[in-house]
Design a binder for this molecule. Structure first.
Ligand code: NAP
Length: 329
């Protein structure tokens, strides 16, 4: 796939199951405590007008109803058809036991008021105590984990695809070993088409990207702009990505911002990006990445910015037996 050819109107890339994914999508996680109600809805509608066709959401973002409502409103007003939109939903860690998988997806569909999602992914490879308490803790404040059987969860997901509730299946925050667990599962019926992981110029994921390329798995890069730098969950030892001098100076050459350069870098190497913004100007700007391209030298320069430090470390779960980030990749 030559990603240099992608345009604002035509920017989807193939998935291994025959479906396609738009190479840019709008991330929809905003802190529910500080984001006014209705924001996600307005932003998704604007994004569709701007040209975004992919939306990355989750039940645990607490605004999935707004995202669904916005998509439905833009279908009703004739701007798009359902088949033009790509929605990715996520199976949360308290719903890993096979019998809870389909009800969790059905809950997402009911929240969205849509008949299917385009992609449904296991949000984390770590199971928590099953139930409606999304962050179960004991009386000492310690997270309560659950035995994790990723292959059993995957089989339940395969049944959801067969039932037409999702078009494609993927994973998120999986390391190589966890991907291999699924890929080598006896009787595997549907392969994971994507792995959503942190990916940006300060964390370029060279090894995981190569492994995924070899196995026809698309990398979807989350936090492609270097996160919101919210101290409550982001590792702030890593400097602000968008202030990087290399990104700034390359941007000047093309009259582009560091954020547009960071997004273009991933797009040009076939990594899907899902920048989040709830600001109309930034939503619009972040999509303007199809009218310039980076030279091979510039791609290499940006590649060299890799610091191999994660903004999203998930250290509060580092004692979980399936914590994914102890491994090299
Ligand atoms: P991000 O997209 O890298 O950055 C978002 C932050 O950058 C927001 O604070 C946003 O503020 C700001 N921003 C957006 N455009 C900008 C621009 N042009 N210039 C300067 N600042 C800009 O970070 P993220 O939200 O962590 O990741 C994106 C999406 O990935 C999430 O929304 C979610 O859908 C997904 N995600 C998934 C996982 C997972 O475990 N699977 C983990 C993290 C994130 P404004 O809104 O004010 O513009």
């Amino acid at each position: 796939m030559n990603c240099l050819m992608l345009t604002a109107k035509n920017h989807s890339i193939p998935l291994s199951d025959g479906n396609r994914i738009p190479i840019i999508g709008l991330g929809t996680y905003g802190d529910p405590r500080t984001t006014p109600k209705g924001t996600a809805r307005e932003c998704v509608k604007l994004a569709i007008d701007v040209g975004y066709r992919q939306f990355d959401g989750a039940l645990v973002y607490f605004n999935e109803h707004e995202v669904g409502q916005a998509i439905r409103e833009k279908i009703t007003d004739g701007t798009v058809r359902r088949e033009d939109i790509f929605y990715c939903g996520k199976l949360w860690s308290t719903f890993h036991p096979p019998e809870l998988v389909r009800p969790a997806l059905e809950r997402t569909l009911k929240t969205l008021q849509l008949d299917y999602v385009d992609l449904y992914i296991i949000e984390l490879p770590m199971a928590f105590k099953p139930g409606d308490k999304f962050y179960p803790k004991d009386k000492n404040g310690k997270y309560i984990y659950h035995e994790t059987d990723l292959c059993a969860t995957w089989e339940a997901l395969e049944a959801c695809k067969d039932a037409g509730l999702t078009k494609s299946l993927g994973v998120s925050n999986f390391n190589r070993r966890q991907l291999e667990l699924i890929l080598n599962k006896p009787g595997l019926k549907h392969r994971p088409v994507s792995n959503q992981v942190e990916c940006h110029p300060y964390f370029t994921q060279p090894k995981l990207l190569e492994f995924c390329r070899q196995n026809d798995i698309v990398i979807v890069g989350y936090s492609p702009l270097g996160t919101s730098r919210d101290a409550s969950w982001v590792n702030l030892k890593c400097p602000p990505l968008l202030e990087d001098e290399v990104l700034v100076s390359i941007g000047k050459k093309y009259n582009k911002s560091p954020s547009q350069v960071a997004l273009r870098f991933n797009v040009q190497r076939g990594v899907v990006v899902i920048p989040k913004s709830f600001n109309p100007q930034r939503i619009t700007k972040n999509f303007q990445i199809f009218d310039f391209s980076l030279t091979d030298d510039e791609m290499e320069l940006i590649e060299e910015l890799n610091k191999n430090i994660r903004f999203v470390e998930l250290l509060m779960w580092s004692d979980h037996p399936e914590y994914p980030f102890h491994d090299d990749y």
